[in-house]
Design a protein. Structure first.
Length: 255
């Protein structure tokens, strides 16, 4: 599918979701004027296969960049489903089936991300959260190490983080058709990648790069995806202070 038909698909999906759902969306700091320089798009707090509903809150120029440049992995189990797999593959110019193991499928995905000017999409937890706060195997929803490898290789550009308030009130894994006329909460944050790397060095001087990324993203997720509405009201357009006992947390560029 070419970029324009894909964008039209997103546009009508956005219209449909705004008919059936109410979105409460806020930007931490100012919203970017454009998204051409976004290199990584992260979804934190992965709770449902119906997260494509979130496009209802996406700016149209972000939808265009996704339609043109998006590269993202799909869990092999989902990828192989006849209908669901085709739907998820239609959302991006390039997708790849990814197993739960660090094997050749991850190497193939990393090779895809080396394409010029691609926009990498990733849910760095690697699996969906169940209503008990754990994954389907009862394990904590820790950030996996794949995002650290991608960040190490990228030397410029922006990272867009989507903090989802969760969709369990709409659909839990395995529960069937989603409930309609519900409220969806989410928040966006645009981070300059080089400034973010400097931020990690300053705040986590005793950790490796990989551990600092994992620790920081988990802190951001746990802070912003919990009680997301109230925290958005208090932090919108203000200097960013991360939770914790350090006083030198700094906000990467607001531009």
């Amino acid at each position: 599918m070419l970029a324009l038909p894909r964008y039209i698909l997103f546009f009508f999906l956005k219209l449909a979701t705004n008919i059936f759902y109410q979105f409460e969306c806020r930007w931490l700091h100012s919203r970017p004027q454009g998204f051409e320089n976004i290199k990584i798009f992260l979804l934190l707090n992965h709770t449902s296969l119906f997260e494509p509903l979130l496009v209802g809150a996406f700016p149209n120029n972000l939808l265009w960049q996704i339609a043109k440049r998006f590269v993202y992995p799909i869990a092999d189990k989902t990828y192989k489903r006849p209908l669901v797999g085709k739907i998820f593959k239609s959302f991006a110019p390039h997708t790849i089936s990814l197993t739960r193991k660090r094997d050749s499928s991850w190497d193939k995905f990393v090779n895809l991300t080396h394409q010029k000017n691609c926009l990498i999409g990733l849910a760095p937890e690697g699996r969906m959260k169940r209503p008990n706060g754990l994954d389907k195997n009862g394990q904590p929803m820790n950030i996996k190490g794949g995002i650290t490898e991608l960040l190490e290789k990228i030397q410029s550009g922006k990272m867009l983080v989507l903090y989802s308030g969760g969709l369990h009130h709409i659909q839990t894994p395995g529960s069937g058709f989603p409930k309609l006329f519900k409220k969806i909460n989410l928040k966006f944050e645009s981070l300059d990648i080089n400034q973010y790397k400097d931020f990690l060095k300053n705040v986590y001087p005793d950790k490796t790069f990989a551990m600092s990324v994992i620790t920081d993203l988990q802190a951001r997720r746990d802070f912003y995806c919990s009680d997301i509405k109230l925290k958005a009201q208090s932090l919108a357009n203000s200097e960013f202070i991360m939770p914790g006992n350090k006083s030198d947390y700094l906000l990467p560029s607001k531009t």
